[in-house]
Write a protein that binds this ligand. Sequence first.
Ligand code: NAD
Ligand code: 6OD
Length: 485
Amino acid sequence: MLDIRNFIAGQFVRGSDGKAFEKRSPLNNGVIATVSEASRGDVDRAVASARSALKGPWRKLTTSDRGDLLYKVADEMTRRADDFVAAEIADTGMPRNVAEHMCARGAANFKIFADVIKNVPSEFFEMTTPDGRGAINYALRRPVGVVGVICPWNAPLLLMTWKVGPALACGNAVVVKPSEETPQTAALLGEVMNSVGVPAGVYNVVNGFGPASTGEFLTTHPGVSAITFTGETRTGAAIMKAAADGARPVSLEMGGKNPAIVFADADLDSAIEGTMRSAFMNTGQVCLGTERVYVERPLFDRFVSTLKTAVESLRIGPPSDPASRMGPLISLEHRQKVLSYYAKAVESGATIVTGGGVPEMPGDLAKGAWVQPTIWTGLPDDAPVCTEEIFGPCCHVFPFDAEDEVIDRANASNYGLSAAVWTRDLSRAHRVSAELEAGIVWVNSWFLRDLRTAFGGAKHSGIGREGGVHSLEFYTELKNVCLKL
Ligand code: NAD
Ligand code: 6OD
């Protein structure tokens, strides 16, 4: 049985009040680890260790030296890729190819921000003064301090390093709270930090839950200078309230109910391949996933029947089977939520094109959090299944007749994270992309990411942007120096 501990001041430590919780495998619901839950006192110690790291050798490093150290972190993660992949798979049950992609992105997140901070130019202005001698102004970037990082379970290492990478590149120290469902890779990263010589206290991990537990202790802690969060919109709102007490900045990456729009002139094979990924990758547990698919009427029947064939050939199975393309959901609890939407779809009168239930799994796997990938048609736009984030392997496919109509329908959502547009008409691609209310619009692709670009959500999907230089806006304070000549 694995013993997952908190990582505070460079040491792996149990919770000071002895509390621990069980981590269960999504494959068969068996207990795979005991995780030490951090108490309020442990969170105090983690924040204090981060704060003192900010005064130690970490502070003295130049941007370039810090960048070199973060390259070593990335290289060590790559060297230990098998460990990270195995840990991610054990926590989530995701197929190996998905875990490999996520872990490679984890390492890339350190390198890209080490490069960004080294290369970002600084502002400089010359000004005149009444005595004729003038003055110069230049901007310096300084770390904000201790950053609290609250993470979800759906892409644990990718999403944690997406925040920790830029935070450290900018010279901050972090206290990370991984999801209670996925504690393993955050702990492994602690080993990596120690082995490449990142000073103790720069990277800390506290395990536990949200309300009345570690998450709340961290986000309400007065020693935390800024909070960056990825997760559900209602959790983000609670964290924003906690941050308001100390007038601390927040960066929130939250939920989505993202549209895919397929025009009749689209390359059908690409649109199907893209929709298979955007609706079913990682068992639909991707914030950028497209649970609403709008297809122009002349292509509608063909699209639905081709998608059905593709979904029915998706191999559901454990990560130990190399042919497996879809794993379980994260937990039985999450499956209950997803299945409640499967039931609501039926109650609302949906046509089930395929799926809608639980697959038969052999042996011990029958106890796991498996669901069938599911396609529906026939519901109105305002049915709960079509407006609320389900976060499972499912989509509803709607027909549409006109460009303006589909833009209005795609935008009629409280969320605004991403959208995918499938068309061969370049002018239309530009027109529609400009009108869609989303942080990112993919044209003839999905989840293609240049990490230098802004990433975040509109409306209830987020507050702020991270990525490239945009991350620096959150993780640094900009200071103007005005020097009288
Ligand atoms: P969640 O909001 O339930 O939990 C996220 C984290 O917040 C966990 O670590 C949890 O313990 C912690 N938490 C919960 N309540 C808290 C509180 N009151 N104070 C402090 N911490 C608290 O989200 P989840 O179920 O882990 O993840 C799935 C959600 O994340 C989906 O809505 C998905 O769309 C979203 N997500 C968004 C993005 C994005 O980039 N926009 C990326 C991935 C996932
Ligand atoms: O690619 C990323 O940087 C990112 N934040 C992806 C989010 C995935 C959501 O599940």
